[in-house]
Ligand binder design. Structure first.
Ligand SMILES: *Cc1c(COP(=O)(O)O)cnc(C)c1O
Length: 389
């Protein structure tokens, strides 16, 4: 018999009752060290006092009003984001998938309003942009699209990081290019700064809009507020979600005034997007994360963690193969099967997340204490030993 919850997830048989910082407590009282962070969501760990305070304070005042009214909490968060990024304007959503939908609509509308509609959006193999019909069409993989056709037309996938393929494919008919600066679900695969700069040049040359999907790599995860800052190039449109709400469902599409020029009144909307609860929390997350000292600390801790992981790769060559990623968006390419490693880590009361390309992801809270990183390394070492038998 089918379970009451639609069985679209392969769930581990663990349920948590509460969390604090980088730790989660299961129903049986066992404490787990959380390197999954709800998949790069809990940027400030669990039950961060400042987030709990701002959420409960807002909950006592106002939860929801329609977007047919001004929402001051939304305006405040939009101003914070505009202030700290390339963007001139922001639309709020409740998830990453919804940001993909608007990014696609915005790019198409831009060219349509110029009187020269452009059909094709270029994407990359291994990408993940969400689970809507549009987002799965953009990613294009069999795994995500099989059985769900006919797919939304207009997408073409290029080999990941292949500059020659990109140069050959892009033209004056290209509507936009959509890409994650660092693929998350794809296995913590980074595009080089040089590739991102060349991509920006090619888009400019052909009048195509550049969309960065920073749903997973954004909001401080790499040690910059947004990952593309490392390459020194800005997109026209950026998708943000996951970390921005610190655990509260919140997403945002950021855009330049030019890229957003088609999105006039009546062209898009959301009942819940930009509600006072989500935006109050998002503003607090921004206040804490968009800070040079905080971000420098993410880089420092990320480098320390990565160095420890390199040691584990050297010590356990039959289990681990290589370290990937930047800041606290780290991956361990495995020699053993990644899902076996994730399972073995549960045995050490350590939470990691599998990704494509036989990688396990380590996406801890950005404020994880150094002692917890040391503990994580010790538990990964024990995980490898257990697998070596
Ligand atoms: C998680 C993710 C999404 C989808 O976000 P949801 O909130 O699950 O809809 C889109 N793009 C990237 C890069 C992601 O990691």
């Amino acid at each position: 018999m089918i379970s009451a919850v639609l069985p679209t997830y392969n769930r581990a048989p663990i349920a948590f009752t509460h969390g604090e910082g980088s730790w989660l407590t299961a129903e049986d009282g066992t404490r787990y060290l959380d390197l999954g962070g709800g998949i790069a969501v809990n940027v400030l760990g669990h039950a961060h006092p400042a987030l709990v305070a701002v959420l409960t304070e807002q909950a006592g005042k106002l939860w929801h009003v329609s977007n047919v009214y001004r929402i001051p909490e939304q305006e405040r968060l939009a101003e914070l984001l505009v202030d700290k990024t390339f963007a001139d304007t922001v639309f709020f959503t409740n998830s990453g998938t919804e940001t993909a939908e608007l990014a696609i609509k915005m790019a198409r509308k831009y060219h349509s309003d110029k009187g020269t509609p452009r059909a094709e959006i270029l994407a990359f193999e291994g990408a993940f942009h969400g689970r809507s019909t549009g987002a799965i069409a953009a990613a294009g993989s069999d795994k995500m699209t099989k059985g769900f056709g006919p797919l939304m037309p207009g997408f073409r996938q290029l080999p990941f990081g292949d500059l020659d393929a990109l140069t050959a494919a892009i033209s004056d008919q290209t509507c936009a290019v959509i890409v994650e600066p660092i693929q998350g679900e794809g296995g913590i695969r980074s595009l080089s700064d040089a590739f991102l700069r060349k991509l920006r040049d090619l888009c400019d040359q052909h009048g195509a809009l550049l969309i960065f999907d920073e749903v997973q790599c954004g909001v401080g995860r790499t040690g910059k507020l947004f990952a593309h800052e490392w390459a020194g190039v800005a997109p026209d449109i950026m998708m943000v979600a996951k970390g921005i709400g610190g655990g509260f469902p919140l997403g945002a599409v950021l855009a330049t005034e030019n890229a957003a020029s088609g999105m006039v009144a009546g062209t898009h909307g959301s009942t819940y997007g930009g509600n006072p609860l989500g935006c109050a929390v998002g503003a607090k997350v921004m206040q804490i994360v968009a800070d040079d000292a905080f971000l420098a600390d993410v880089s420092r801790k990320g480098a320390q963690f990565a160095q420890g992981l390199e040691g584990l790769v050297a010590a356990h060559p039959t289990v681990f193969e290589a370290v990937r990623g930047q800041g606290l968006m780290l991956g361990l390419k495995c020699k053993a099967t990644n899902t076996d490693v994730v399972k073995a880590a549960y045995g050490q009361h350590l939470l990691t997340v599998a990704a494509a390309d036989n990688v396990i992801r380590l996406l801890p809270a950005l404020n994880i204490p150094e002692a917890d990183i040391a503990e994580a390394l010790a538990r990964l070492d024990a995980t490898a030993r257990a697998l070596e038998g």
